[in-house]
Design a binder for this molecule. Sequence first.
Ligand SMILES: C[S@@+](CC[C@H](N)C(=O)[O-])C[C@H]1O[C@@H](n2cnc3c(N)ncnc32)[C@H](O)[C@@H]1O
Length: 380
Amino acid sequence: MRQTHLTYSDRVNMGAYYTRPDLVNITWEMLAPHLDRKTVVLDSSCGYGGFLEHPQRLAKIGNDVDPMAVAVAKQRLPNAAFFNTNALAGVSRAQYGIRADATLCIIGNPPYNDRTSIIRNRIKSSDVRIDRDIETRDLGMSFLLSYHKLDADVICVLHPLSYLIKPANFSLLHRFARRYRLLDAKIISSATFGEASQVTPFPIVIALYKKIPGGMDYPAIMDFSFSVSGSHSFRLTDFDYIANYVRKYPDKQARARKDSLLFWTMRDINALKRNRTFVNTPSQHTIVIDQRKLDYYMYIDVFKRFARHVPWYFGNCDILIDNALFQHHRRHFILESMANHPPLKPFFPQINPPGKQHLQSSARKIDEYFQRLLGPHYVT
Ligand SMILES: C[S@@+](CC[C@H](N)C(=O)[O-])C[C@H]1O[C@@H](n2cnc3c(N)ncnc32)[C@H](O)[C@@H]1O
C-alpha cells in the first residue's frame, strides 16, 4: 500500500518509502525455512504494516515512530500488536513485550539515510534520539545494530548494499557482523522506491541473516554470491579494482604545486558518474596525481564516459579494472582521455594526438575492453 499521509520532507526525514508487495513476498520466501510456529515476527519500522500482511499464522508485532502510520496499520491488521515508539532509543525486547526466550525474527525495510549528508541536510531531522551503543552516521546501520541489541535469531530486511561492501561501513557494523551471518542476498534497485532515488539509482539488498557463532568477516562478503533480480549474480572477488593501483582519496600530506595534475576523489562508480575527473583547482576533495600513474587516472576518466555500460548494481563498487587487458589497450585509453583533456598531451609525446578516425577506432577498442571486463554484466 502506498504511503499517502506524509509530505515530501517528512518522507525524507523518516525514510518513509513503503515496500511493494512483491518485494515483501520475496522476503517471506527467503525467511520461510527459518521460521517455525513459535517464531515472533517484528517489524520495528513497519509503516502501514505491509511486511506483516502475510498469511503465515505467527505472532506479529509492528512498530513505527509515526503515529498516523501505526493507526493505519492497526486498522488493516487487527491480529497484530502495534507500538508507536522510537525503535532506536531504549532498545529492548521488553519495549515490544517480547519474552527473552522467544525466537525472534526481524523483518522490514528500515529507513536509511545518511545523517551527516550535506546535500539534503536542510530537510533532515538529525534529532531522533539513538542509544549510544547503536549510534552511527546512517539510520539504517543503527537499525541493523538495534536488531543485534534485540538479540534477534533471524533477520530479513532491505538495506543499501553499501553497508556490506564498503569496508568502512562494514567495520561500523562489527558488532552485528560478529554475531550474524549473511545467508542469502538479492539485489534490487533503489529506483523501485520511486521518488526516494531521484538521484542515481543505487543497489539495495534484501538480506537474510542468521545468528551463527563467528558471524561473518569482510572476506566472506567479498566472496559472497549476490543475486540480482533477473538472472545475474556476482561476487566482489570476480573483479580487480582501481584502488589496487592508485589513490582514491586525497593524501593530506601531499601539497599541490603549480604544475601538479589534480583529480577528483572517487568514492565509488556512482560518485564518479556524478563528479568531474581532472580538475584545475586544488581542494579538500582533490588528489594530487602521482604522474607515474597518470595512465591509470586516464583510465578512470575514460571509465566515466563508458560508465553507461556498467550496470546499476555495481554503483557502489570501486572502479573495476582488468589490469592485463588495460595494459594491452592502454594506448587507446590514453588517446581517448587526451582528446577530452588536451593539457595531458605533453605527458605522452610518443603518442600522437588523435585524428577523428583514430578516435573512433580507439572507442571501438575501449568498448571491446568493457565487454570483456564486464562479461555478462555489460550493458549494451
Ligand atoms: C522505508 S519505510 C518502511 C515502512 C514499511 N516497513 C514498509 O516497507 O512498507 C521506513 C519506516 O520507518 C519509520 N521510522 C523512521 N525512523 C524510525 C524510528 N526511529 N523508529 C521507528 N520507526 C521509524 C518511518 O516512519 C517509516 O514508516
